[in-house]
Ligand binder design. Structure first.
Ligand code: SF4
Length: 153
């Protein structure tokens, strides 16, 4: 199925989620569920999943995210190039949890992420902290770097 968040329309993302995940009622009903997600971008994909788990009778649904909250756009090729697309850009974590339909939500912190790697200064953290290692140009967003690589590369 690939990654749902890079698909171009919400309808396509919702369809992919439905095809990708087919939860079994007997495994869900009455259970307290902990979901470990690698990231939350828009929040719409996981919201659809959580709604399905509620429909199947989950008693509680909690989520832990194994990266920090994505609050800033990526201009380097990952397909979230505006703040308006990012649920964590302007929404406090408890409100994100409510939007998704969770009983609790916690992200890995930036220090926690850095604790997990050996090279502390060798990583881009721009989508978490807004510090871009290469200044994005302000008129073409990520296309600027892509066009530049076509010219030079
Ligand atoms: S860490 Fe940097 S390159 Fe990776 S998605 Fe975030 S902004 Fe883009």
């Amino acid at each position: 199925m690939g990654r749902t968040f890079i698909q171009p329309s919400q309808d396509m993302r919702n369809f992919s989620v439905r095809v990708k995940l087919n939860p079994v009622r007997s495994m869900i009903e009455g259970k307290r569920i902990l979901i470990v997600e690698d990231s939350i971008v828009r929040g719409t994909t996981i919201r659809t999943r959580v709604k399905k788990l509620r429909e199947l009778g989950a008693r509680e649904i909690h989520m832990r995210v194994s990266c920090p909250a994505i609050r800033f756009p990526c201009f380097y090729g990952i397909d979230f190039s505006s703040k308006g697309e990012l649920i964590a850009a302007n929404t406090p974590v408890p409100d994100i949890a409510r939007f998704i339909g969770l009983d609790s939500l916690h992200y890995l912190s930036i220090p926690g992420l850095l604790d997990s790697v050996t090279e502390k200064n060798a990583h881009c953290l721009a989508c978490f902290d807004g510090n871009y290692p290469i200044e994005p140009c302000n008129h073409q967003g990520k296309m600027c770097l892509e066009n530049e690589s076509k010219v030079t590369g």
